[in-house]
Design a protein around this ligand. Structure first.
Ligand code: HEC
Length: 286
């Protein structure tokens, strides 16, 4: 951890892009920033995270993709999706719909994530989520979400912020993204906007755009912690928790069976920053 602090000192801290602006102009600024920073990278390729930025890492990753380690887990996700009759709760039977999440639901005045709707669906269906070990973030739950994302591959992310309360939730997420936190006092933006492409110890930092396209993700690190094909999976909010811990801030846990509202707002802003990109979930990562 000491090394990380040393690395941090060498980091560049630019003036954050936090001023009030429309979501569309935020996205345009972000795109321009990365187009200038990485002139050789095509827009859609940012969806491949660090593998878009480093040739050597890309070769390793392409080898992993030859025998995709997430496939057995996606199959399990599919059978659970059927078992729990998840399709009944969603448009188009839950197939190919991930690109429209998160969305603002004017009836409840809340932003809904795919995982939030999935948990609500399981509960509405009378499933004992505790007994079935269906928890936000990982395992069987993440596998169902990964299957749903898998059926949305190739669809273009199209998050809408229709104004009013939706805009204020979006702005809350944006503020969270640029707020410094933890003992190391880093914001998401410090690492994934201003220092994308920089090495933090052995870790290359990916760009904020394209980060949500491949979630739920399948990580070798998570896979190593277990013995079933499901262990590698994690949702975007599980990853937020990991990045919070990296700067020694506390991950925000779901409360009373609902995702933490700050992470929901963050996911709304963060996914908007991938608008126009194609879903390629589940991705495989270290
Ligand atoms: C101290 C630097 C640091 C901070 C601060 C940080 N992250 Fe990360 N993050 C990393 C590193 C290192 C990785 C792994 C390499 C990569 O993909 O960037 C990572 C990975 C990720 C990934 C996975 C990328 C992929 O391709 O799968 C997401 C998503 C992410 N971070 C989001 C966030 C968000 C949102 C925040 C703020 C809550 C945040 N990070 C804060 C360092 C950081």
């Amino acid at each position: 951890m000491k090394k990380l602090i040393i690395a941090a000192v060498a980091f560049a801290f630019a003036a954050p892009m936090v001023s009030q602006a429309s979501p569309q102009s935020d996205l345009n600024k972000m795109k321009t920033h990365f187009a200038k920073k990485f002139p050789g990278v095509k827009y859609q390729d940012f969806a491949n995270g660090v593998y878009a930025l480093d040739k050597g890492r890309r070769i390793e990753w392409e080898a992993m993709e030859e025998f995709p380690p997430y496939e057995p887990g996606v199959e399990i996700g599919k059978s659970l999706f059927k078992k729990y009759k998840v399709g009944k709760c969603f448009k188009n039977g839950g197939i190919g719909i991930k690109q429209n999440y998160p969305y603002y639901d004017s009836k409840s005045g809340q932003v809904r994530t795919l995982e939030g709707d999935l948990m609500a669906c399981l509960k509405r269906g009378g499933i004992d989520t505790k007994k079935e070990k269906l928890k936000f973030g990982k395992g069987k739950f993440a596998a169902i979400a990964a299957y749903m994302a898998y059926t949305s591959r190739g669809k273009t992310i199209n998050v809408q912020v229709p104004g009013g309360k939706a805009t204020s939730i979006y702005n809350k997420g944006k503020k969270f993204f640029y707020a410094k936190r933890g003992q190391l006092n880093f914001s998401c933006g410090d690492c994934h906007v201003y220092n994308a492409g920089v090495y933090l110890r052995t870790m290359l930092l990916s760009t904020a755009i394209g980060q949500t396209t491949h979630f739920p993700v399948y990580r070798k690190k998570w896979e190593a912690g277990g013995n079933t094909p499901l262990h590698g999976f994690g949702t975007i909010q599980r990853r937020y928790g990991g990045c919070n811990k990296m700067v020694r801030a506390k991950p925000l846990k779901p409360k009373k069976g609902k995702q933490h509202p700050s992470y929901v707002a963050l996911e709304y802003f963060h996914t908007y920053m991938s608008n126009g990109m194609k879903i390629n979930a589940p991705g495989v990562r270290q």
